[in-house]
Design a protein around this ligand. Structure first.
Ligand SMILES: Nc1ncnc2c1ncn2[C@@H]1O[C@H](COP(=O)(O)OP(=O)(O)OP(=O)(O)O)[C@@H](O)[C@H]1O
Ligand SMILES: [Mg+2]
Length: 238
């Protein structure tokens, strides 16, 4: 039988599990897509073949389902004409972990910061959770997609000009959140005065998981410097 100490620890753990799942349910409810979008998305994602194709990154099957692949590698970034205005993301890289949730959390943290600081030149797409039909409800990457508000970004290869104010504000946000990978694919230029932070992968300031290991002032400074350098380098007006 279990020693008394182990039993005591198990008893202590049970309520914390309940709180966690309650929290997860609240998170799911707070980030639910509008019903009409869910219906349209269900028509795309309800088949087992499509789910398997996401898991195995089978591009042909995904295309046959009418999905337009923007990127298909570690993560699959896609669009579908029946779900206009949204970019959908399946995270394979940290499969089974919680990168989905963290992406949504980071987007919200950045958005709150932008509002607090009254920054109007930097934007972050709104993000929702979409539950894949037939999958468990547990808040795990394999059960959900992230739906992201599609931003009107200029093509990555077009000349990238930015006003002084937009550049200043974007660098401020990069520094605040230590966004190390501020490369053109992750930072969309909307026009001369507006930038969108498309990729809200967790950073040391918002992260959780392994990022905590690096959460110290020096590491934050280095990541912020790398991020601002990458961002400035990607623009014509340096
Ligand atoms: N909300 C959006 N609006 C418009 N385009 C987007 C949006 N989100 C992503 N994209 C497009 O998809 C590309 C890849 O997106 P993202 O950087 O989020 O994926 P990723 O690099 O695979 O993810 P991660 O770096 O988190 O592993 C972007 O460069 C952009 O072209
Ligand atoms: Mg990216």
């Amino acid at each position: 039988m279990y020693p008394r100490k182990t039993l005591f620890l198990i008893l202590l753990a049970i309520p914390s599990q309940l709180v966690a799942s309650k929290k997860a349910r609240a998170f799911i409810a707070a980030h639910k897509l509008p019903d009409d979008i869910i219906e349209a998305a269900d028509r795309v994602f309800s088949s087992k073949e499509v789910y398997r194709a996401l898991k195995k990154c089978r591009k042909k099957t995904l295309r046959e389902a009418g999905i337009h692949l923007i990127q298909a590698g570690d993560n699959i970034i896609m669009e579908h004409p029946d779900v206009p205005g949204y970019i959908m993301k399946w995270g394979n890289r940290f499969h089974g972990l919680y990168s989905t949730i963290r992406r949504i959390r980071m987007a919200e943290k950045i958005d709150n910061y932008l509002k607090r600081e009254k920054i109007t030149t930097v934007h972050v797409p709104h993000k929702w959770l979409y539950h894949l039909p037939g999958r468990g409800k547990k808040l795990r990457d394999r059960n959900y997609l992230v739906f992201s508000e599609k931003m009107p970004v200029q093509p990555k290869k077009s000349p990238r000009h930015l006003s002084h104010q937009a550049m200043k504000d974007t660098c401020k946000v990069i520094r605040r959140f230590a966004i190390v990978d501020a490369s053109p694919g992750n930072m969309g230029i909307l026009d001369e005065d507006n930038v969108a932070i498309l990729d809200t992968e967790p950073t040391i300031r918002t992260g959780g998981g392994l990022w905590y290991v690096f959460d110290n002032p020096l590491s934050r400074l280095v990541q912020a410097k790398v991020g601002t350098w990458l961002f400035r380098r990607s623009l014509q007006d340096k």
